[in-house]
Design a protein around this ligand. Structure first.
Ligand SMILES: Cc1cc2nc3c(=O)[nH]c(=O)nc-3n(C[C@H](O)[C@H](O)[C@H](O)COP(=O)(O)OP(=O)(O)OC[C@H]3O[C@@H](n4cnc5c(N)ncnc54)[C@H](O)[C@@H]3O)c2cc1C
Length: 420
């Protein structure tokens, strides 16, 4: 394997949704872009449920028509189900959105992420798979100057005007610069797997995401219908209660399913579903970097921060931050102004959206809180809640919902964004 080590306009670390989007949109603008991905695709990745607001970025990338040809189920709603199995009314996205974007997809990430890199490559980005970046390089003034990567055992340095970290939860540059802060209140663990043959609702509800509370609202299951009669199932909870001293992940997942009337009904009673993947575990995944950009560098997607899996915000925020960063970087390179404030000009908007979702996650984990009860007592907020659940987080007035929600649950202080 060989890589041309000429200076690039942009080097991107990681080929998930964030890196793929930034690579595609920067290459489309005629910039010289190199994306380095440590894995070989296709590869499994958790995070299958899209939010409807992804439509706009996907349309800009030219992926909507392709998505329509796939067998990925259409997601038209989210429904919450209490610990005893009582369902809320589905929150249908078409009730507040008359555009075709109101129906999104439950995707298989191995297929989706690989397609996005194909799109980026067709737009002119150079994609190198199987190349792991070790660190971002800086000059004596603190300006990022490119990356050092491991190319089949050989170290190579690749210079770049701008380095973008899209390395996901590894958060390579955020950790290198010690910018990562975790949210101790959202310290969670998760066990997840794919099943085949689980019960599916019918009609408009067939592709719905279900969020099913576990005991005392301390956590929840997701239930995401996929193609080929498969369903993505995962449980999120306190990592000490969920993961410690209880046997292997498969055993724990099975026990948790048996404790939840709704999960038991769907996987064991109405249909007999069988496990069709490995059972996987992840934990301690709620964090954010204190800065989004610096001289010559930008963080996007999970490399900047991750809140919680419960509302399926991750891919949307990865696509959106990839798009916002691409526009900011192209403008910065054009004007030869690579300082932090120019490269990170999108960060305040992005952070306000992320912080809104973090508040909604706090509400979810508040014992006794229920969205169904909240909208019954505050019907004026139903539309705002649906907006937030679809990713319409930059809409004016959408955060007004928290003026009343803070009386029902403790909401977090916003984590400030440092500049520099
Ligand atoms: C339990 C759980 C469930 C989730 N469910 C959902 C969901 O239903 N819907 C949703 O939208 N989101 C979900 N998410 C979040 C979602 O998976 C992520 O937010 C999303 O994948 C972020 O995209 P990204 O491009 O930032 O990072 P990633 O998709 O993780 O991509 C990063 C890429 O960088 C590569 N990489 C890492 N380090 C290096 C390196 N040093 N050099 C080169 N390459 C590197 C990796 O191999 C990877 O391909 C979930 C997360 C968890 C933990």
């Amino acid at each position: 394997m060989k890589i041309d080590t000429r200076e690039r306009d942009v080097v991107i670390i990681g080929g998930g949704p964030a890196g793929g989007t930034a690579a595609a949109l920067l290459a489309e603008k005629g910039l010289d872009v190199l994306l380095l991905e440590k894995e070989s695709f296709p590869r499994f990745h958790i995070g299958e449920s899209l939010m409807t607001e992804t439509w706009w970025v996907l349309d800009r990338l030219g992926m909507v028509e392709w998505l329509k040809t796939t067998a990925f189920p259409r997601k038209r709603s989210v429904q919450f189900i209490s610990e005893d199995g009582s369902p809320s009314k589905p929150f249908y996205f078409f009730q507040t959105n008359k555009h075709e974007s109101a129906a999104t997809w439950q995707v298989e990430r191995s297929v989706f992420d690989e397609k996005l890199l194909t799109v980026a490559s067709e737009k002119g980005a150079e994609i190198q798979m199987g190349v792991s970046v070790d660190r971002v390089l800086f000059d004596d003034e603190g300006q990022a100057t490119g990356v050092r990567a491991d190319l089949a055992g050989e170290d190579v340095e690749i210079p770049a005007k701008v380095t973008v970290d899209a390395s996901g939860m590894g958060a390579l540059l955020g950790r290198q610069l010690k910018l990562i802060r975790s949210d101790p209140r959202l310290r969670k663990g998760s066990i997840f797997a794919h099943y085949t043959g689980g019960y599916r609702d019918e009609g408009a509800d067939e592709g719905a995401t279900l969020i099913i509370y576990t005991e005392g609202n301390r956590g929840g299951f997701w239930y995401i219908p996929l193609s080929d009669d498969r369903v993505s199932v995962g449980v999120v909870g306190d990592p000490d209660e969920l993961l410690k001293g209880r046997g292997g992940p498969a055993e724990i997942l099975q026990e948790e399913i048996q404790k939840s009337p709704e999960m038991r009904r769907r996987l064991c009673e109405l249909r007999q579903a069988s496990l069709c993947s490995e059972v996987m575990v992840t934990s301690d995944f709620s964090y954010r970097a204190t800065r989004c950009a610096g001289p010559g560098w930008v963080l996007i997607g999970d490399a900047f921060g991750f809140v919680d899996p419960v509302y399926s915000t991750g891919v949307f925020l990865a696509l959106k931050s990839g798009e916002m960063a691409a526009d900011a970087i192209a403008g910065a390179i054009e004007t030869d102004d690579l300082d932090a404030s120019r490269l990170g000009s999108f960060a305040p908007d992005l952070v306000s959206g992320i912080e809104a979702m973090r508040k909604l996650v706090y509400a979810f984990y508040t014992p006794g809180f229920s969205f169904a009860d909240f909208v019954r007592s505050h019907p004026q907020h139903r539309e705002r809640l649906v907006d937030l659940l679809t990713g319409n987080i930059f809409k004016e007035g959408v955060t007004d919902i928290f003026d009343d929600m803070k009386d029902c649950c403790e909401l977090p202080e916003e984590l400030p964004l440092e500049s520099g």
